[in-house]
Design a protein. Structure first.
Length: 268
């Protein structure tokens, strides 16, 4: 959902563009008309870019959440496989037939290998971060892959689950990188929109002053409209603003009033 401040940005800029489309309604002076025309296009471009970056960011967020869910499934699966492998290897290594004893050296070799392969209990594994977890499972696989005593089926299952975990982790890492890049692009587009909006406001104000019509600024610039300012102070629904439907169509999502979060000004 688009943060409240971004909803305001889009509602206000849509209003300003709608009202200043014809610069001749603001000024009769050719230099001001030319400047307003150029400013109108700059604001249009900045606004279009912001909406485009928001949609990309929204899509990247969905892809990241999907990748995270897939990783969580793979992680749960390999937890179960690790637990099964642990039991099977323990049985194969240490359930010694009474008529087939092994030497002390062999017993020590098995114990050393077992300890190296299964350094962590399942509860301790679940406390590791994602990168360390993948590394630890990889080490388990390396320790046991060449050991003939390891039950083949249990090892095969673990290899399969590890491959799934590795693939899902790579995908998640990529999506997180894409998500960060998209967020950065959105921040830059937001700053550009703010700059274009303010520049357009100042040009409109300057043109109106030259025409001795400065009292009309609120008709052209939404943030300077007393009625709009009063609605904001009263926490009126942004979804009821005149431009809400147009903005909703541009975003391909409904305009909603977010719950205010004082710890994050962008969401208030």
């Amino acid at each position: 959902m688009l943060p409240k401040q971004d909803v305001k940005r889009l509602l206000e800029s849509k209003h300003d563009l709608n009202k200043t489309k014809d610069p001749k309604t603001i000024s009769t002076r050719p230099p001001q008309i030319a400047a307003l025309t150029a400013s109108y296009q700059e604001l249009t471009n900045a606004r279009t870019q912001f909406i485009s970056e928001y949609k990309k960011s929204r899509a990247e967020n969905v892809e990241t959440n999907t990748a995270r869910a897939a990783f969580n499934v793979a992680r749960d699966n390999i937890y179960a496989s690790y637990d099964y492998l642990h039991r099977e290897v323990s049985h194969a290594f240490f359930s010694i037939h009474p008529k087939k004893p092994i030497s002390g050296d062999e017993a020590q070799r098995r114990q050393t290998l077992f300890n190296a392969a299964f350094k962590h209990s399942l509860p301790s594994l679940k406390r590791l971060n994602e990168d360390v977890l993948v590394t630890e499972f990889e080490m388990t696989l390396e320790q046991l892959s060449s050991e003939p005593l390891v039950p083949a089926d249990a090892l095969k299952d673990f290899k399969m689950e590890f491959q799934s975990l590795s693939t899902s982790k790579e995908t998640l890492d990529k999506e997180r990188t894409d998500d960060r890049q998209s967020t950065s692009a959105l921040q830059q587009a937001r700053a550009a929109l703010d700059l274009a909006s303010k520049a357009h406001e100042l040009l409109v104000e300057s043109a109106l002053i030259r025409e001795d019509r400065q009292g009309e600024l609120g008709q052209y610039i939404k943030t300077q409209n007393p009625s709009y300012q009063a609605r904001l102070r009263g926490n009126a629904s942004l979804a009821k603003e005149a431009e809400a439907e147009e903005v909703s169509n541009e975003l391909d999502e409904p305009i909603q009033d977010p719950v205010q979060n004082p710890e994050n000004p962008e969401n208030t």
